[in-house]
Design a protein around this ligand. Sequence first.
Ligand code: 5GP
Length: 221
Amino acid sequence: MPSSHSADPHNFRRRGVLFVLSSPSGAGKSTIARKLLADEPELGMSVSATTRPMRPGEVDGKDYHFVDLEEFRRMVAEDEFLEWAHVFDHRYGTPRAQIETMLAAGKDVLFDIDWQGAQQLFQIAGGDVVRVFIFPPSMEELRARLTNRNTDSMEVIDARMARAANEVSHWDGYDYVLVNDDVEQCFQGVKTILAAERLKRSRQTGLIGFIRKLTRVAGAV
Ligand code: 5GP
């Protein structure tokens, strides 16, 4: 996937980071994503399309693009998704156009997608992808968080707990793992990962000219 980035402290162009955050729902991933976006102006959010009904407080176009099954199928047929998957009883997908726009504008992109999405994205974009998995402190704590959220029925919460166990079982498909027993600490961990990944040698395509100049100067001494 073509990507470049010019918004570094040293103004070197580099390849954008496709930064994936996955966790069972209720593990605090959305809070961390929100804090990260507020703190990192060079990071844009990938807004997924979904067929699931809107929850109270959600905004169409901001949290998700809420579409019906027919529209979702049309988007699949017209190859508008970078990846898509069945999650719970609904479909979720990453529209590709927004990602290309953000990368071309020199941004890194944050994805809140499940393990299937992380896997598909890695197959497409390989080394540009960084996969981070966030564990809840415990399954009991996860159930308490889902219950306190008050947005889903008991039946839905039970289904989410079963799904959470499944999601956690895919943790070994990630590059980094963190436990969210303290939001601030977990957030700082995620920020550190992003900072380090931005500095990776393989992303520094724009650094080549600088290094050549540097070695020429060193050679002349
Ligand atoms: P929720 O319905 O709670 O917002 O999300 C349910 C799950 O779907 C979460 O684990 C979330 O990461 C995942 N998800 C959201 N958007 C996408 C997407 O575009 N692709 C994939 N593969 N998973 C997604």
